[in-house]
Ligand binder design. Structure first.
Ligand code: PRX
Length: 606
Protein backbone atom coordinates (compact mmCIF):
# COMPACT_ATOMS: atom_id res chain seq x y z
CA UNK A 1 0.00 0.00 0.00
CA UNK A 2 1.51 3.32 -0.97
CA UNK A 3 1.64 6.27 1.38
CA UNK A 4 2.62 9.87 1.17
CA UNK A 5 1.33 12.46 -1.32
CA UNK A 6 -1.37 15.03 -1.17
CA UNK A 7 -3.49 13.95 1.80
CA UNK A 8 -3.47 15.47 5.28
CA UNK A 9 0.06 15.63 6.67
CA UNK A 10 1.26 13.72 3.62
CA UNK A 11 -0.79 10.67 4.63
CA UNK A 12 -2.87 9.07 1.92
CA UNK A 13 -3.03 9.97 -1.71
CA UNK A 14 -6.70 9.88 -2.47
CA UNK A 15 -9.24 12.55 -1.62
CA UNK A 16 -11.79 11.78 1.10
CA UNK A 17 -14.90 9.94 -0.06
CA UNK A 18 -18.15 11.45 1.13
CA UNK A 19 -21.23 9.27 1.25
CA UNK A 20 -24.55 10.46 2.54
CA UNK A 21 -26.22 7.55 4.35
CA UNK A 22 -29.86 6.74 3.76
CA UNK A 23 -30.78 7.17 7.40
CA UNK A 24 -29.33 9.27 10.17
CA UNK A 25 -26.36 7.33 11.64
CA UNK A 26 -26.81 6.10 15.19
CA UNK A 27 -23.46 7.58 16.22
CA UNK A 28 -24.98 11.02 15.56
CA UNK A 29 -22.55 13.90 15.46
CA UNK A 30 -19.18 12.26 16.13
CA UNK A 31 -17.52 15.24 17.81
CA UNK A 32 -20.44 15.77 20.12
CA UNK A 33 -20.77 12.06 20.85
CA UNK A 34 -17.10 11.88 21.76
CA UNK A 35 -17.47 14.74 24.19
CA UNK A 36 -20.60 13.50 25.91
CA UNK A 37 -20.36 9.70 25.77
CA UNK A 38 -19.62 7.55 28.81
CA UNK A 39 -19.59 3.78 29.14
CA UNK A 40 -22.11 4.16 31.97
CA UNK A 41 -24.48 5.64 29.41
CA UNK A 42 -24.00 2.58 27.15
CA UNK A 43 -24.56 0.28 30.13
CA UNK A 44 -27.95 1.95 30.45
CA UNK A 45 -28.87 0.82 26.93
CA UNK A 46 -28.79 -2.77 28.21
CA UNK A 47 -31.03 -4.46 30.75
CA UNK A 48 -28.75 -6.24 33.18
CA UNK A 49 -29.76 -9.10 35.46
CA UNK A 50 -31.79 -8.65 38.61
CA UNK A 51 -29.41 -7.93 41.48
CA UNK A 52 -26.91 -5.96 39.38
CA UNK A 53 -25.30 -8.75 37.38
CA UNK A 54 -24.92 -8.88 33.63
CA UNK A 55 -24.87 -11.83 31.24
CA UNK A 56 -23.96 -11.53 27.58
CA UNK A 57 -26.55 -14.11 26.47
CA UNK A 58 -29.32 -12.31 28.32
CA UNK A 59 -28.51 -9.04 26.54
CA UNK A 60 -28.08 -10.77 23.18
CA UNK A 61 -31.14 -13.02 23.25
CA UNK A 62 -33.43 -13.25 26.27
CA UNK A 63 -34.03 -9.50 26.46
CA UNK A 64 -35.48 -9.55 22.92
CA UNK A 65 -37.34 -12.84 23.40
CA UNK A 66 -39.53 -11.03 25.91
CA UNK A 67 -40.11 -8.03 23.66
CA UNK A 68 -41.85 -7.26 20.38
CA UNK A 69 -38.77 -8.79 18.67
CA UNK A 70 -39.64 -12.31 19.93
CA UNK A 71 -40.75 -13.50 16.49
CA UNK A 72 -38.04 -11.67 14.55
CA UNK A 73 -35.50 -14.00 12.93
CA UNK A 74 -32.34 -13.81 15.02
CA UNK A 75 -30.17 -16.21 13.00
CA UNK A 76 -30.55 -17.45 9.46
CA UNK A 77 -28.24 -20.30 8.39
CA UNK A 78 -27.28 -20.59 4.75
CA UNK A 79 -25.42 -23.62 3.50
CA UNK A 80 -24.51 -25.28 0.21
CA UNK A 81 -25.62 -28.68 1.43
CA UNK A 82 -28.46 -28.09 3.90
CA UNK A 83 -31.72 -26.22 3.37
CA UNK A 84 -31.78 -22.71 4.84
CA UNK A 85 -32.95 -22.70 8.46
CA UNK A 86 -33.88 -19.95 10.88
CA UNK A 87 -34.23 -19.32 14.58
CA UNK A 88 -36.30 -16.46 15.96
CA UNK A 89 -35.25 -14.66 19.12
CA UNK A 90 -37.86 -16.72 21.02
CA UNK A 91 -36.48 -20.00 19.52
CA UNK A 92 -32.93 -18.99 20.30
CA UNK A 93 -33.81 -18.10 23.90
CA UNK A 94 -35.50 -21.46 24.45
CA UNK A 95 -32.88 -23.61 22.74
CA UNK A 96 -29.96 -21.85 24.40
CA UNK A 97 -31.67 -22.50 27.76
CA UNK A 98 -31.72 -26.17 26.78
CA UNK A 99 -28.05 -26.08 25.74
CA UNK A 100 -27.17 -24.47 29.09
CA UNK A 101 -28.99 -27.19 31.00
CA UNK A 102 -27.35 -29.87 28.85
CA UNK A 103 -23.94 -28.50 29.79
CA UNK A 104 -24.86 -28.27 33.49
CA UNK A 105 -26.14 -31.85 33.41
CA UNK A 106 -22.77 -32.87 31.98
CA UNK A 107 -21.09 -31.38 35.03
CA UNK A 108 -20.06 -28.03 33.58
CA UNK A 109 -19.62 -25.49 36.37
CA UNK A 110 -19.19 -21.72 36.51
CA UNK A 111 -15.90 -20.74 34.90
CA UNK A 112 -15.33 -24.08 33.11
CA UNK A 113 -14.25 -23.81 29.48
CA UNK A 114 -16.42 -25.13 26.65
CA UNK A 115 -15.07 -25.24 23.08
CA UNK A 116 -16.62 -25.62 19.66
CA UNK A 117 -14.79 -27.00 16.63
CA UNK A 118 -17.63 -26.66 14.15
CA UNK A 119 -18.63 -25.04 10.90
CA UNK A 120 -21.07 -22.15 11.12
CA UNK A 121 -24.06 -24.26 12.13
CA UNK A 122 -26.91 -23.83 14.66
CA UNK A 123 -25.12 -26.04 17.20
CA UNK A 124 -22.17 -23.61 17.31
CA UNK A 125 -24.41 -20.66 18.19
CA UNK A 126 -26.46 -22.68 20.70
CA UNK A 127 -23.28 -23.88 22.41
CA UNK A 128 -21.87 -20.36 22.58
CA UNK A 129 -25.03 -18.89 24.11
CA UNK A 130 -25.77 -21.95 26.28
CA UNK A 131 -22.24 -21.80 27.71
CA UNK A 132 -22.69 -18.15 28.65
CA UNK A 133 -26.10 -18.85 30.19
CA UNK A 134 -24.56 -21.65 32.27
CA UNK A 135 -21.96 -19.17 33.57
CA UNK A 136 -19.16 -21.09 31.84
CA UNK A 137 -16.57 -19.68 29.43
CA UNK A 138 -16.98 -20.07 25.68
CA UNK A 139 -13.84 -20.69 23.59
CA UNK A 140 -14.31 -21.02 19.83
CA UNK A 141 -11.79 -22.95 17.73
CA UNK A 142 -11.32 -22.26 14.02
CA UNK A 143 -12.56 -25.35 12.14
CA UNK A 144 -9.71 -25.15 9.59
CA UNK A 145 -7.07 -25.58 12.30
CA UNK A 146 -5.05 -28.81 12.06
CA UNK A 147 -4.39 -31.30 14.87
CA UNK A 148 -1.63 -29.34 16.57
CA UNK A 149 -3.32 -25.94 17.06
CA UNK A 150 -6.47 -27.76 18.23
CA UNK A 151 -4.60 -29.96 20.71
CA UNK A 152 -2.57 -27.06 22.04
CA UNK A 153 -5.60 -24.83 22.62
CA UNK A 154 -7.64 -27.61 24.26
CA UNK A 155 -4.72 -28.26 26.55
CA UNK A 156 -3.82 -24.63 27.34
CA UNK A 157 -7.48 -23.81 27.97
CA UNK A 158 -7.99 -26.92 30.18
CA UNK A 159 -11.14 -27.32 28.15
CA UNK A 160 -13.78 -29.48 29.79
CA UNK A 161 -16.33 -29.96 27.00
CA UNK A 162 -15.76 -29.95 23.25
CA UNK A 163 -18.66 -29.75 20.79
CA UNK A 164 -17.62 -30.94 17.34
CA UNK A 165 -18.57 -33.30 14.50
CA UNK A 166 -17.46 -36.85 13.76
CA UNK A 167 -15.03 -35.91 10.98
CA UNK A 168 -13.22 -33.22 12.99
CA UNK A 169 -13.14 -35.50 16.02
CA UNK A 170 -11.63 -38.50 14.26
CA UNK A 171 -9.16 -36.38 12.25
CA UNK A 172 -8.04 -33.90 14.86
CA UNK A 173 -8.86 -34.99 18.40
CA UNK A 174 -9.25 -38.78 18.78
CA UNK A 175 -5.51 -39.50 18.43
CA UNK A 176 -4.51 -36.95 21.08
CA UNK A 177 -7.44 -37.48 23.44
CA UNK A 178 -5.31 -39.37 25.97
CA UNK A 179 -3.05 -36.31 26.23
CA UNK A 180 -6.05 -34.19 27.26
CA UNK A 181 -7.15 -35.53 30.65
CA UNK A 182 -9.13 -32.35 31.38
CA UNK A 183 -11.38 -32.96 28.39
CA UNK A 184 -14.22 -34.80 30.12
CA UNK A 185 -16.89 -34.74 27.42
CA UNK A 186 -16.93 -34.62 23.63
CA UNK A 187 -20.33 -33.97 22.06
CA UNK A 188 -20.82 -34.96 18.43
CA UNK A 189 -23.47 -32.92 16.65
CA UNK A 190 -23.93 -35.43 13.81
CA UNK A 191 -24.08 -38.65 15.86
CA UNK A 192 -27.44 -40.44 15.92
CA UNK A 193 -29.45 -39.95 19.11
CA UNK A 194 -29.25 -43.63 20.05
CA UNK A 195 -25.48 -43.56 20.21
CA UNK A 196 -22.22 -42.89 18.39
CA UNK A 197 -19.58 -45.31 17.13
CA UNK A 198 -16.86 -43.06 18.45
CA UNK A 199 -15.81 -44.25 21.88
CA UNK A 200 -15.67 -41.54 24.53
CA UNK A 201 -18.17 -39.29 22.78
CA UNK A 202 -21.80 -38.43 23.41
CA UNK A 203 -24.42 -37.51 20.81
CA UNK A 204 -25.49 -33.85 21.00
CA UNK A 205 -29.05 -34.88 20.13
CA UNK A 206 -29.30 -37.15 23.18
CA UNK A 207 -28.15 -34.60 25.72
CA UNK A 208 -30.30 -31.89 24.16
CA UNK A 209 -33.39 -34.13 24.27
CA UNK A 210 -32.74 -34.99 27.92
CA UNK A 211 -32.11 -31.35 28.79
CA UNK A 212 -35.30 -30.26 27.03
CA UNK A 213 -37.24 -32.51 29.39
CA UNK A 214 -35.47 -31.00 32.38
CA UNK A 215 -36.27 -27.46 31.22
CA UNK A 216 -39.88 -28.48 30.64
CA UNK A 217 -40.10 -29.84 34.16
CA UNK A 218 -38.03 -27.38 36.15
CA UNK A 219 -37.76 -24.26 34.00
CA UNK A 220 -34.41 -22.51 33.66
CA UNK A 221 -32.62 -19.72 35.47
CA UNK A 222 -29.68 -18.04 33.80
CA UNK A 223 -26.42 -17.93 35.81
CA UNK A 224 -26.29 -14.74 37.87
CA UNK A 225 -22.97 -13.64 36.41
CA UNK A 226 -21.22 -10.53 37.69
CA UNK A 227 -19.77 -7.96 35.28
CA UNK A 228 -16.20 -9.17 35.92
CA UNK A 229 -16.96 -12.89 35.57
CA UNK A 230 -15.09 -14.50 32.67
CA UNK A 231 -17.25 -15.21 29.63
CA UNK A 232 -15.03 -15.70 26.57
CA UNK A 233 -11.60 -17.12 25.88
CA UNK A 234 -9.98 -16.26 22.56
CA UNK A 235 -6.60 -17.63 21.65
CA UNK A 236 -4.31 -15.27 19.79
CA UNK A 237 -0.66 -15.36 18.74
CA UNK A 238 2.45 -13.48 19.74
CA UNK A 239 5.93 -13.46 18.27
CA UNK A 240 7.28 -15.98 20.70
CA UNK A 241 5.94 -18.71 22.88
CA UNK A 242 2.66 -20.51 22.89
CA UNK A 243 -0.71 -19.04 21.89
CA UNK A 244 -2.12 -16.58 24.41
CA UNK A 245 -5.61 -17.08 25.80
CA UNK A 246 -7.20 -13.63 26.03
CA UNK A 247 -9.90 -13.66 28.70
CA UNK A 248 -12.99 -11.45 28.32
CA UNK A 249 -15.73 -10.82 30.87
CA UNK A 250 -19.52 -10.41 30.69
CA UNK A 251 -19.20 -6.61 31.01
CA UNK A 252 -17.64 -6.69 27.50
CA UNK A 253 -21.15 -6.79 26.08
CA UNK A 254 -21.47 -3.07 26.84
CA UNK A 255 -18.72 -2.39 24.28
CA UNK A 256 -19.99 -5.00 21.81
CA UNK A 257 -23.36 -3.29 21.85
CA UNK A 258 -22.21 0.33 21.73
CA UNK A 259 -19.75 -0.28 18.89
CA UNK A 260 -22.32 -2.29 16.94
CA UNK A 261 -24.47 0.83 17.07
CA UNK A 262 -21.77 3.43 16.43
CA UNK A 263 -19.61 1.62 13.86
CA UNK A 264 -21.94 -0.95 12.25
CA UNK A 265 -25.02 1.25 12.67
CA UNK A 266 -27.18 -1.76 13.60
CA UNK A 267 -30.80 -1.46 14.77
CA UNK A 268 -33.92 -3.66 14.66
CA UNK A 269 -35.06 -4.09 11.07
CA UNK A 270 -31.52 -4.62 9.75
CA UNK A 271 -30.40 -7.81 8.05
CA UNK A 272 -26.71 -8.17 8.70
CA UNK A 273 -23.97 -10.43 7.40
CA UNK A 274 -20.56 -10.81 9.04
CA UNK A 275 -18.36 -13.08 6.93
CA UNK A 276 -15.86 -13.89 9.72
CA UNK A 277 -15.85 -17.34 11.27
CA UNK A 278 -16.66 -17.36 15.01
CA UNK A 279 -13.36 -19.25 15.44
CA UNK A 280 -11.80 -15.77 15.31
CA UNK A 281 -12.79 -12.88 17.53
CA UNK A 282 -14.64 -10.93 14.82
CA UNK A 283 -17.01 -13.83 14.25
CA UNK A 284 -17.89 -13.89 17.96
CA UNK A 285 -17.99 -10.19 18.91
CA UNK A 286 -19.68 -9.13 15.66
CA UNK A 287 -20.98 -12.44 14.24
CA UNK A 288 -22.92 -13.34 17.40
CA UNK A 289 -22.95 -10.96 20.34
CA UNK A 290 -22.96 -7.36 19.08
CA UNK A 291 -25.58 -7.75 16.32
CA UNK A 292 -27.91 -9.87 18.48
CA UNK A 293 -27.80 -7.24 21.24
CA UNK A 294 -29.07 -4.82 18.58
CA UNK A 295 -32.02 -7.07 17.71
CA UNK A 296 -31.14 -7.53 14.03
CA UNK A 297 -31.40 -10.59 11.78
CA UNK A 298 -27.95 -12.17 11.48
CA UNK A 299 -27.26 -14.13 8.30
CA UNK A 300 -24.53 -16.78 8.40
CA UNK A 301 -23.18 -18.87 5.54
CA UNK A 302 -21.26 -22.08 6.13
CA UNK A 303 -19.79 -22.15 2.59
CA UNK A 304 -16.33 -20.91 1.64
CA UNK A 305 -15.74 -17.76 -0.38
CA UNK A 306 -17.29 -17.69 -3.83
CA UNK A 307 -17.74 -14.26 -5.47
CA UNK A 308 -20.95 -15.08 -7.33
CA UNK A 309 -22.49 -16.70 -4.24
CA UNK A 310 -21.57 -13.69 -2.11
CA UNK A 311 -23.17 -11.13 -4.45
CA UNK A 312 -26.27 -13.36 -4.58
CA UNK A 313 -26.45 -13.53 -0.78
CA UNK A 314 -26.15 -9.74 -0.54
CA UNK A 315 -28.99 -9.46 -3.05
CA UNK A 316 -31.31 -12.32 -2.06
CA UNK A 317 -31.03 -11.85 1.68
CA UNK A 318 -31.50 -8.09 1.29
CA UNK A 319 -28.43 -7.50 3.46
CA UNK A 320 -28.41 -3.95 4.84
CA UNK A 321 -25.08 -4.01 6.70
CA UNK A 322 -22.08 -6.07 5.57
CA UNK A 323 -18.96 -6.63 7.71
CA UNK A 324 -16.05 -8.35 5.97
CA UNK A 325 -12.27 -8.33 5.53
CA UNK A 326 -9.82 -6.83 3.02
CA UNK A 327 -8.77 -10.22 1.60
CA UNK A 328 -12.39 -10.99 0.73
CA UNK A 329 -12.83 -7.52 -0.77
CA UNK A 330 -9.71 -8.02 -2.90
CA UNK A 331 -11.10 -11.35 -4.09
CA UNK A 332 -14.38 -9.64 -5.02
CA UNK A 333 -12.41 -6.87 -6.77
CA UNK A 334 -10.62 -9.45 -8.90
CA UNK A 335 -13.92 -10.60 -10.32
CA UNK A 336 -14.82 -7.00 -11.17
CA UNK A 337 -17.50 -4.51 -10.23
CA UNK A 338 -19.58 -5.55 -13.26
CA UNK A 339 -20.54 -8.75 -11.42
CA UNK A 340 -21.80 -6.63 -8.53
CA UNK A 341 -23.92 -4.53 -10.86
CA UNK A 342 -25.71 -7.64 -12.10
CA UNK A 343 -27.22 -7.81 -8.60
CA UNK A 344 -29.81 -5.73 -6.83
CA UNK A 345 -28.05 -4.30 -3.81
CA UNK A 346 -30.74 -1.76 -3.02
CA UNK A 347 -31.10 -2.98 0.59
CA UNK A 348 -27.43 -2.35 1.36
CA UNK A 349 -26.62 0.81 3.30
CA UNK A 350 -23.31 0.25 5.10
CA UNK A 351 -20.16 -1.76 4.23
CA UNK A 352 -17.47 -2.25 6.84
CA UNK A 353 -14.06 -3.98 6.94
CA UNK A 354 -11.62 -5.24 9.58
CA UNK A 355 -8.59 -7.37 10.31
CA UNK A 356 -5.79 -6.19 8.02
CA UNK A 357 -4.85 -3.06 6.11
CA UNK A 358 -7.61 -2.01 3.74
CA UNK A 359 -6.14 -0.78 0.47
CA UNK A 360 -7.27 2.75 -0.47
CA UNK A 361 -8.27 1.36 -3.88
CA UNK A 362 -10.66 -1.08 -2.16
CA UNK A 363 -12.34 1.78 -0.28
CA UNK A 364 -12.93 3.65 -3.51
CA UNK A 365 -13.87 0.49 -5.46
CA UNK A 366 -16.66 0.08 -2.93
CA UNK A 367 -18.39 3.13 -4.39
CA UNK A 368 -18.46 1.38 -7.78
CA UNK A 369 -19.45 -2.08 -6.57
CA UNK A 370 -21.57 -1.46 -3.46
CA UNK A 371 -22.58 2.10 -4.23
CA UNK A 372 -20.77 3.29 -1.09
CA UNK A 373 -17.22 3.41 0.26
CA UNK A 374 -15.92 0.59 2.45
CA UNK A 375 -15.55 1.76 6.06
CA UNK A 376 -12.44 0.41 7.77
CA UNK A 377 -12.37 -0.47 11.48
CA UNK A 378 -9.42 -1.44 13.66
CA UNK A 379 -9.28 -3.61 16.76
CA UNK A 380 -7.67 -6.75 18.20
CA UNK A 381 -8.51 -9.96 20.03
CA UNK A 382 -7.32 -8.21 23.19
CA UNK A 383 -9.54 -5.16 22.75
CA UNK A 384 -12.63 -7.35 22.29
CA UNK A 385 -14.44 -4.67 20.30
CA UNK A 386 -13.80 -2.00 17.64
CA UNK A 387 -11.53 0.76 18.93
CA UNK A 388 -10.95 2.84 15.78
CA UNK A 389 -13.47 3.28 13.02
CA UNK A 390 -14.74 5.16 10.03
CA UNK A 391 -18.31 6.13 10.86
CA UNK A 392 -21.31 6.23 8.57
CA UNK A 393 -21.96 9.76 7.41
CA UNK A 394 -18.38 10.95 7.93
CA UNK A 395 -15.91 11.46 5.07
CA UNK A 396 -13.73 8.37 4.61
CA UNK A 397 -10.03 9.02 4.09
CA UNK A 398 -9.00 6.03 1.94
CA UNK A 399 -6.17 4.18 3.68
CA UNK A 400 -7.03 5.46 7.15
CA UNK A 401 -8.46 3.25 9.89
CA UNK A 402 -10.58 6.17 11.06
CA UNK A 403 -10.95 7.80 14.45
CA UNK A 404 -11.22 6.42 18.00
CA UNK A 405 -14.54 5.04 19.18
CA UNK A 406 -16.25 7.44 21.62
CA UNK A 407 -15.08 6.44 25.09
CA UNK A 408 -11.67 5.25 23.80
CA UNK A 409 -8.44 7.23 24.18
CA UNK A 410 -5.68 6.46 21.68
CA UNK A 411 -1.99 7.38 21.98
CA UNK A 412 0.92 7.19 19.55
CA UNK A 413 3.96 6.40 21.67
CA UNK A 414 7.58 7.21 20.83
CA UNK A 415 9.63 4.08 20.13
CA UNK A 416 12.88 2.69 21.42
CA UNK A 417 15.54 0.68 19.62
CA UNK A 418 13.52 -2.51 19.56
CA UNK A 419 10.77 -0.76 17.63
CA UNK A 420 8.28 -0.91 20.51
CA UNK A 421 7.18 1.97 22.75
CA UNK A 422 10.19 3.21 24.74
CA UNK A 423 9.63 2.87 28.48
CA UNK A 424 12.13 4.93 30.46
CA UNK A 425 11.89 4.80 34.25
CA UNK A 426 8.37 3.48 33.87
CA UNK A 427 7.33 6.37 31.60
CA UNK A 428 6.43 6.58 27.93
CA UNK A 429 6.13 9.62 25.67
CA UNK A 430 3.44 10.42 23.18
CA UNK A 431 4.52 11.48 19.71
CA UNK A 432 3.12 14.99 19.57
CA UNK A 433 3.69 16.04 15.97
CA UNK A 434 0.96 15.21 13.46
CA UNK A 435 1.95 12.31 11.21
CA UNK A 436 4.67 11.07 13.60
CA UNK A 437 5.25 7.31 13.73
CA UNK A 438 4.85 5.40 16.99
CA UNK A 439 3.30 2.41 18.71
CA UNK A 440 -0.47 2.56 18.87
CA UNK A 441 -1.62 2.47 22.51
CA UNK A 442 -4.98 2.59 24.26
CA UNK A 443 -5.93 3.94 27.67
CA UNK A 444 -7.46 1.02 29.64
CA UNK A 445 -11.03 1.39 30.84
CA UNK A 446 -13.27 0.27 27.98
CA UNK A 447 -15.54 -2.63 29.02
CA UNK A 448 -14.33 -5.25 26.52
CA UNK A 449 -10.64 -4.96 27.35
CA UNK A 450 -9.16 -8.41 27.99
CA UNK A 451 -8.70 -9.11 31.70
CA UNK A 452 -5.76 -11.45 31.38
CA UNK A 453 -3.85 -14.01 29.37
CA UNK A 454 -5.02 -17.31 30.81
CA UNK A 455 -2.47 -18.49 33.41
CA UNK A 456 0.14 -15.93 32.33
CA UNK A 457 -0.02 -12.85 34.56
CA UNK A 458 3.49 -11.67 33.59
CA UNK A 459 2.69 -11.76 29.91
CA UNK A 460 -0.43 -9.71 30.64
CA UNK A 461 1.53 -7.19 32.73
CA UNK A 462 4.04 -6.78 29.88
CA UNK A 463 1.22 -5.60 27.60
CA UNK A 464 0.88 -2.40 29.65
CA UNK A 465 3.17 0.53 30.44
CA UNK A 466 2.66 3.85 32.19
CA UNK A 467 -1.13 3.55 32.12
CA UNK A 468 -1.37 2.44 28.46
CA UNK A 469 -2.19 -0.87 26.79
CA UNK A 470 0.45 -1.38 24.08
CA UNK A 471 -1.06 -2.86 20.93
CA UNK A 472 2.10 -3.93 19.09
CA UNK A 473 0.91 -2.02 16.00
CA UNK A 474 2.71 0.95 14.48
CA UNK A 475 0.60 3.87 13.36
CA UNK A 476 0.49 7.57 12.60
CA UNK A 477 -2.18 10.11 13.54
CA UNK A 478 -2.85 13.05 11.24
CA UNK A 479 -3.72 16.57 12.35
CA UNK A 480 -7.45 15.77 12.28
CA UNK A 481 -7.15 12.72 14.53
CA UNK A 482 -7.43 10.08 11.79
CA UNK A 483 -5.24 7.03 12.40
CA UNK A 484 -3.11 5.36 9.72
CA UNK A 485 -1.81 1.81 10.08
CA UNK A 486 1.87 1.35 9.29
CA UNK A 487 2.75 -2.22 10.33
CA UNK A 488 3.36 -4.55 13.22
CA UNK A 489 6.12 -3.81 15.70
CA UNK A 490 6.72 -7.56 16.06
CA UNK A 491 6.93 -10.62 13.81
CA UNK A 492 3.35 -11.88 13.89
CA UNK A 493 1.88 -12.69 10.51
CA UNK A 494 -1.48 -11.55 9.13
CA UNK A 495 -2.71 -13.88 6.42
CA UNK A 496 -6.21 -13.40 5.01
CA UNK A 497 -7.04 -11.48 8.19
CA UNK A 498 -5.92 -14.31 10.48
CA UNK A 499 -3.19 -13.67 13.02
CA UNK A 500 -0.50 -16.36 12.96
CA UNK A 501 2.35 -16.76 15.44
CA UNK A 502 5.61 -17.65 13.69
CA UNK A 503 6.77 -19.61 16.72
CA UNK A 504 3.80 -21.96 16.55
CA UNK A 505 4.55 -22.71 12.90
CA UNK A 506 8.29 -23.11 13.53
CA UNK A 507 7.66 -25.50 16.42
CA UNK A 508 5.41 -27.70 14.29
CA UNK A 509 7.95 -27.92 11.44
CA UNK A 510 10.75 -28.72 13.90
CA UNK A 511 8.92 -31.98 14.60
CA UNK A 512 9.91 -33.24 11.15
CA UNK A 513 12.96 -35.53 11.42
CA UNK A 514 14.88 -33.79 8.62
CA UNK A 515 14.56 -30.28 10.07
CA UNK A 516 17.38 -28.73 12.09
CA UNK A 517 16.09 -25.16 12.33
CA UNK A 518 13.30 -22.97 10.98
CA UNK A 519 12.54 -19.28 10.59
CA UNK A 520 9.04 -18.25 9.57
CA UNK A 521 7.95 -14.91 8.13
CA UNK A 522 4.95 -13.28 6.46
CA UNK A 523 5.69 -12.85 2.76
CA UNK A 524 3.71 -10.03 1.11
CA UNK A 525 0.94 -11.37 -1.10
CA UNK A 526 -1.40 -9.31 -3.28
CA UNK A 527 -4.50 -11.24 -2.23
CA UNK A 528 -3.99 -12.52 1.33
CA UNK A 529 -1.89 -9.55 2.48
CA UNK A 530 0.76 -12.00 3.64
CA UNK A 531 1.34 -15.72 3.26
CA UNK A 532 3.33 -17.87 5.66
CA UNK A 533 6.81 -18.70 4.36
CA UNK A 534 9.29 -21.00 6.15
CA UNK A 535 13.07 -20.97 5.74
CA UNK A 536 14.43 -24.37 6.74
CA UNK A 537 17.92 -25.61 7.58
CA UNK A 538 18.17 -29.37 7.19
CA UNK A 539 20.05 -31.79 9.40
CA UNK A 540 23.43 -32.79 7.93
CA UNK A 541 22.36 -36.12 6.46
CA UNK A 542 19.41 -34.67 4.47
CA UNK A 543 19.49 -33.28 0.93
CA UNK A 544 17.44 -30.21 -0.04
CA UNK A 545 15.43 -31.94 -2.75
CA UNK A 546 12.17 -30.84 -4.32
CA UNK A 547 10.53 -34.00 -2.95
CA UNK A 548 11.54 -33.08 0.61
CA UNK A 549 10.33 -29.52 0.12
CA UNK A 550 6.92 -30.82 -0.91
CA UNK A 551 6.91 -33.30 1.95
CA UNK A 552 7.47 -30.46 4.42
CA UNK A 553 4.57 -28.50 3.00
CA UNK A 554 2.27 -31.52 3.35
CA UNK A 555 3.67 -32.20 6.84
CA UNK A 556 2.90 -28.61 7.89
CA UNK A 557 -0.55 -28.71 6.34
CA UNK A 558 -1.44 -31.90 8.20
CA UNK A 559 -0.27 -30.62 11.56
CA UNK A 560 -1.31 -27.01 11.35
CA UNK A 561 -4.18 -26.84 8.87
CA UNK A 562 -4.89 -23.39 7.52
CA UNK A 563 -1.97 -21.70 9.34
CA UNK A 564 0.67 -23.93 7.67
CA UNK A 565 3.39 -22.40 5.45
CA UNK A 566 2.43 -22.07 1.81
CA UNK A 567 6.11 -21.78 0.84
CA UNK A 568 9.19 -23.58 2.12
CA UNK A 569 12.71 -22.55 1.13
CA UNK A 570 15.89 -24.33 2.18
CA UNK A 571 18.51 -22.08 3.70
CA UNK A 572 21.76 -23.37 5.12
CA UNK A 573 22.66 -20.06 6.73
CA UNK A 574 19.75 -18.73 8.71
CA UNK A 575 20.75 -15.38 10.29
CA UNK A 576 20.98 -15.37 14.08
CA UNK A 577 20.98 -12.78 16.84
CA UNK A 578 23.87 -12.82 19.26
CA UNK A 579 21.72 -14.80 21.64
CA UNK A 580 21.24 -17.45 18.96
CA UNK A 581 17.65 -16.73 17.88
CA UNK A 582 16.75 -16.82 14.20
CA UNK A 583 16.41 -13.23 12.94
CA UNK A 584 13.07 -13.31 11.19
CA UNK A 585 13.35 -9.63 10.40
CA UNK A 586 16.51 -10.22 8.37
CA UNK A 587 14.88 -13.11 6.56
CA UNK A 588 12.06 -10.77 5.67
CA UNK A 589 14.48 -8.08 4.46
CA UNK A 590 16.13 -10.65 2.19
CA UNK A 591 12.77 -11.82 0.92
CA UNK A 592 11.76 -8.25 0.11
CA UNK A 593 15.12 -7.54 -1.55
CA UNK A 594 15.87 -4.79 0.96
CA UNK A 595 19.37 -3.97 2.16
CA UNK A 596 20.04 -6.24 5.11
CA UNK A 597 21.55 -3.45 7.17
CA UNK A 598 18.41 -1.38 6.93
CA UNK A 599 16.13 -3.27 9.23
CA UNK A 600 14.06 -0.23 10.08
CA UNK A 601 12.24 -0.55 6.76
CA UNK A 602 11.33 -4.16 7.30
CA UNK A 603 8.63 -3.49 9.81
CA UNK A 604 6.64 -1.20 7.52
CA UNK A 605 7.12 -2.34 3.92
CA UNK A 606 4.61 0.16 2.60
O1 PRX B 1 -2.17 -5.67 13.24
C1 PRX B 1 -3.52 -5.30 13.45
C2 PRX B 1 -4.41 -6.04 12.47
O2 PRX B 1 -4.89 -7.18 13.14
C3 PRX B 1 -4.33 -7.24 14.46
C4 PRX B 1 -5.30 -7.86 15.41
O3 PRX B 1 -5.56 -9.18 14.98
P1 PRX B 1 -6.54 -10.10 15.79
O4 PRX B 1 -6.17 -10.04 17.22
O5 PRX B 1 -6.56 -11.42 15.10
O6 PRX B 1 -7.94 -9.40 15.65
C5 PRX B 1 -8.56 -9.43 14.41
C6 PRX B 1 -9.95 -8.87 14.52
C7 PRX B 1 -10.00 -7.44 14.83
C8 PRX B 1 -4.03 -5.80 14.78
O7 PRX B 1 -3.08 -5.70 15.81
N1 PRX B 1 -5.56 -5.22 12.09
C9 PRX B 1 -6.82 -5.28 12.57
N2 PRX B 1 -7.59 -4.36 11.95
C10 PRX B 1 -6.80 -3.70 11.09
C11 PRX B 1 -5.50 -4.24 11.18
N3 PRX B 1 -4.48 -3.78 10.45
C12 PRX B 1 -4.72 -2.77 9.62
N4 PRX B 1 -5.94 -2.19 9.47
C13 PRX B 1 -7.00 -2.62 10.19
N5 PRX B 1 -8.19 -2.06 10.03
Amino acid sequence: MSRGGSGPDGLGERPPVVHVPRRAPLVGDYEQRRRSFTWEEARGWLEGLPGGGINIAHEAVDRHAHSELADTVALRFLSRTEPTSELTYADLARLSDVAAVALRELGVERGDRVCTLLPRSPELYLTALGTLKAGAVYCPLFPAFGTEPVRQRLELGSVRVLVTDTLSYTRKVAAVRDRLPGLRVVLLVDAPEQGSDEGGTVPWATVMADAARVVERDGFTIAATAPEDPALLHFTSGTTGRPKGAVHVHEAVVAHHATSRFCLDLAPGDTYWCTADPGWVTGTSYGIIGPLTCGVTVVTDSADFDARRWWSILQDQRISVFYTAPTALRMLMRKGAALAREHDLSALRHVVSVGEPLNPEAVVWGTEAFGMPVHDTWWQTETGAIMVSNYPGMPVRPGSMGRPVPGVEVGILARGEDGRAAVVDGHVHEVSEAGGLGELALRPGWPSMFRGYLGEPERYARAFADGWYLTGDLARRDGDGYLWFVGRADDVIKSAGHLIGPFEVESALMEHPAVAEVGVIGKPDPLAGEIVKAFVTLKAEHEPTEALRRELIVFGRRRLGSVAPREVEFDEHLPHTRSGKVMRRLLKARELGLPEGDLSTVEHPS
